[in-house]
Design a protein around this ligand. Structure first.
Ligand code: 5GP
Length: 182
């Protein structure tokens, strides 16, 4: 497949990701039975995971998106989070499920969670495809985690390097040479 030569290792194949996302959707559907959650995706990284997740969910739900980022062009977090597109929905009284591609240092998500909690949702849970607990600097954990991964820079399933590789249907570790000699 195109761009596979840029991968050092494939961590999770398309089939493994699809199977895990289906399991997560089943668990979430059970937990939200009788409710109509508002599923909030953080753009751009969550779009593929979120699309797969909600299509496998069996409760009625509504969707909204936010644009937030803490990464520039590099692979090291800048420590700042910027909300450049806010929600269209009022989340007061809603059961909000925040969906993100990856929980890394926790810097982005801890700030977003604090902001969203201040808007008084009935509940707020966090769902991430990937978790890198080794890198955490903020006291935040996700309620739903697809895969726990080691401290490596990964791409695919929505995750980018310099806006590339988001389309890859698997999760891969990029060869360091790709970002050391772009
Ligand atoms: P945090 O604020 O938790 O450090 O970082 C969250 C954001 O950093 C994620 O939404 C994602 O955009 C980016 N990020 C963190 N780790 C990785 C990674 O391994 N690969 C890619 N492509 N992005 C990452």
């Amino acid at each position: 497949m195109m761009m596979q030569q840029d991968m050092q290792q494939i961590l999770f194949t398309q089939e493994q990701v699809a199977a895990r996302v289906r399991e997560m959707a089943a668990q979430i559907s059970q937990d939200y039975a009788g409710k109509t959650p508002l599923v909030v995706g953080i753009l751009r990284g969550s779009f593929i995971f979120m699309a797969d997740l909600v299509r496998a969910m069996e409760v009625p739900l509504t969707l909204d998106f936010m644009v937030a980022s803490s990464y520039g062009a590099g692979t090291v977090s800048s420590g700042k989070v910027k909300i450049s597109l806010d929600l269209q929905e009022d989340i007061a009284g809603r059961d909000v499920l925040l969906v993100e591609d990856i929980l890394d240092t926790g810097n982005t998500l801890s700030k977003l969670v604090a902001e969203l909690k201040s808007r008084r949702p009935a509940s707020l849970k966090l769902c991430v495809l990937l978790d890198k607990p080794e890198r955490r600097t903020k006291p935040i954990e996700a309620d739903y985690v697809g895969f726990t991964i080691p401290d490596a820079f990964v791409v695919g399933c929505g995750l980018d390097y310099n806006q590339l590789y988001r389309q890859l249907p698997y999760i891969g570790i990029l060869k360091p040479s790709v970002y050391e000699h772009p």
